[in-house]
Design a protein around this ligand. Sequence first.
Ligand code: NAP
Length: 323
Amino acid sequence: MSLEFTLSSPEPSTTAAEDKVHDVVIIGSGPAGFAAALYTSRAHLDTIVITGHELGGQVAATWEVDNYPGFPDGVTGPELVEKMQKHAERFGARFEMDQITAIDLSKRPFTLTGNVGTYAAKAVIVATGASPRKLNVPGEKELTGRGVSYCATCDGYFFQDKEIAVVGGGDSALEEALFLTRYAQVTIIHRRDELRAGPTMQKRARENEKIRFVWDSVVEEIIGDTAVRAVRLRNVKTGELSDLTVDGAFIVIGHPPNTQLFAGQLEMDQRGYLETDRRMRSNVQGVWVAGEAGDPDFRQVITSAGMGAAAAIEAQRWLAGQE
Ligand code: NAP
């Protein structure tokens, strides 16, 4: 991430009615958004969280979080989300079930337009997170919800005693595969002969007798009609094509950041991660970035929450200086 860039300073605008201007609008309701909301509301700032499509973001679809401090026995994703929301609400943060579709950061107060409402904000914290990457192969879109899935904890239950393919070789793919062994036999399809996942997850997956691996292979097509029947594989070393009969295909190949909304307004790298300095500031004064929207490196619940808290502290200081 670049640590030095010139902050642009939007001109004050007289267009938005002052009584409708929130101190802080937080876009996104993952751990970064919740933590930011907790800190800004506890600092007595009028705080609105725009939740996006899914309250809680990715962690809401996580079966178990066992690396968040304070939960020695682990905690389910939904339970953690519920606790984080309650915690922020206790200090007055309000949550709007809305999706922002347009944003104007060129003048202050900033204007955010959603499917449900329009919001004016003195300060914005972007916590839009990341979403599952698609394979973009024939059959994927058509069979989504009919055997193609991006979330084992959401859909695994529907595959009792079935055969499932999991595509990907990272920690998430292995975690999803391990979860799916509760229900099904799992084949992990990876495009190399070496996993990207860390040693702990690798060991668990390799030792699980319900998991087998297909190496050096990519999915060319997902075959099915009313349901998934097979995945067509191409061995990248030999070029050989083969069909693997499965009832489900879980695609777990990374999570690009949800930052398209800010194109042309906030600086981002080639992969779409928003640029910040070490104080979570974006290139626009009054706008901070927290969590996976600006984090290609850590992407953990704890790190996202930490960034949310840091962004909120900075926003609070900046707003105090504006008065
Ligand atoms: P990731 O580490 O980026 O792994 C993505 C995997 O998908 C890689 O194996 C990659 O293959 C593969 N892939 C990407 N594009 C593909 C395509 N078009 N076709 C086929 N395969 C493709 O992503 P992640 O697993 O979501 O993990 C993200 C971060 O969260 C990581 O830092 C991870 O350590 C962390 N995480 C930690 C835990 C945990 O500690 N319990 C759990 C989940 C995630 P290549 O390897 O060939 O690039």
